[in-house]
Design a protein around this ligand. Structure first.
Ligand SMILES: N[C@@H]1[C@@H](O)[C@H](O)[C@@H](COP(=O)(O)O)O[C@@H]1O
Length: 264
C-alpha cells in the first residue's frame, strides 16, 4: 500500500495522472480503458481535474467504460441524489464518454438480486476495472460495504447503517428520514478485482478510518482494511486525514524520494 500525504488539489492531480496514464495506455494498444467511478465528495476534485484536462488538453474518454460502485435502492429515476444522476452531473456530462458506457447497479430493478448478478457479469465481461476511485466512510466503509461486510462479498443488497444515513443526510436537506435505507453495492471482493485502487480521503473526520485502513488489523469491522491484501492500492490523504497515521513521516519520505517517472 502506498500512502501519499499532500494538499487536496495535489491529490486530485495525482489521481487524475493515474487515470490519464491508463486511458492513454489502453488507447495506444487499441483497447478500451475501464474506469471505476465513485460518488461522495472525495472524488469531486478528481472529476474537476479530468474535466479540465478534457476541455483544455484534449484528454478523451471516447470508448472508455465506467462502472459505478453503488446505488441507492428506490430513489426515483430523476432524483438528483440517485448515484447514476450524480455521476452524470459530476463526471460523465463534462467529458466525451458515451452515456451508454456508464454502468451502475439498478436500484429500481424489480428483481434486485438478479440486477446485482447482472452487474457482476457486466464488470467481468468488460475485462475488469483498470483503475478504481474510492472514498471512505467515517466508519471505514468503502462503496456501501458497511462494518460487518464479508471480505469476500460481491455485488448485493445492503442495509445502510444509521451512521452512514446521518453522514449522507447532508445531501437530503439534512433530513435523515429521506435517506434511503437500502442500497446495491459492489462487494469487497468485487472492488478487490480492480487492478489499481485509488482511495481518497480528506478532513479530520476521516483520520481514524484512514489509520485503520492503512495500519489497523484486517477486519470486517473496518471494511476498507481489506485493501491491505491488494497488490496496488494508493491512499491519497491530506494532512488532516493523515493526522492519526503512526508512520506518517515514513510515508512522506518514501514519496518524496520517489523518482518522477514512477507515478502512483
Ligand atoms: N457510498 C458512498 C461511498 O462510496 C463514499 O466513499 C462515502 C464517503 O463520502 P464522502 O467522500 O462524501 O465523505 O459516502 C458514501 O457512503
Amino acid at each position: 500500500m502506498e500512502v501519499v500525504i499532500a494538499p487536496g488539489p495535489e491529490l486530485a492531480r495525482l489521481a487524475a495522472d493515474a487515470i490519464e496514464r491508463v486511458l492513454r495506455a489502453r488507447a495506444a494498444e487499441g483497447g478500451r480503458a475501464v474506469l471505476g467511478v465513485a460518488t461522495g465528495s472525495s472524488p469531486l476534485a478528481v472529476y474537476d481535474e479530468l474535466a479540465r484536462r478534457h476541455t483544455e488538453e484534449g484528454l478523451s474518454f471516447a470508448g472508455v467504460r465506467a462502472f459505478m460502485l453503488d446505488e441507492y435502492v428506490g430513489l426515483p429515476a430523476d432524483h438528483p441524489e440517485r448515484y447514476r444522476n450524480v455521476i452524470e452531473t459530476e463526471f460523465a456530462s463534462r467529458v466525451d464518454i458515451d452515456p451508454a458506457d456508464v454502468h451502475g447497479p439498478d436500484g429500481l430493478a424489480e428483481d434486485l438480486p438478479a440486477a446485482c448478478a447482472a452487474y457482476e457479469a457486466a464488470i467481468a465481461a468488460s475485462g475488469g476495472v483498470d483503475v478504481q476511485l474510492l472514498g471512505v466512510g467515517t466508519d471505514g466503509h468503502i462503496a456501501f460495504n458497511e462494518p460487518g461486510s464479508s471480505l469476500a462479498s460481491r455485488t448485493r443488497i445492503k442495509t445502510l447503517t444509521r451512521q452512514t444515513r446521518e453522514d449522507n443526510a447532508r445531501f437530503f436537506d439534512g433530513d435523515v428520514s429521506r435517506v434511503p435505507t437500502h442500497c446495491l453495492t459492489q462487494g469487497l471482493a468485487t472492488i478487490m478485482s480492480a487492478r489499481h485502487l485509488l482511495l481518497l480521503a480528506t478532513g479530520k473526520h476521516k483520520a481514524e478510518a484512514v489509520h485503520q485502513i492503512v495500519e489497523g488489523s484486517v477486519s470486517a469491522m473496518w471494511p476498507g482494511t481489506v485493501l491491505q491484501h491488494h497488490p496496488h492500492t494508493t491512499v491519497l490523504v491530506d494532512e488532516a486525514a493523515a493526522s492519526r497515521l503512526q508512520l506518517a513521516s515514513y510515508y512522506r519520505e518514501t514519496f518524496a524520494a520517489k523518482p518522477d517517472w514512477q507515478g502512483i
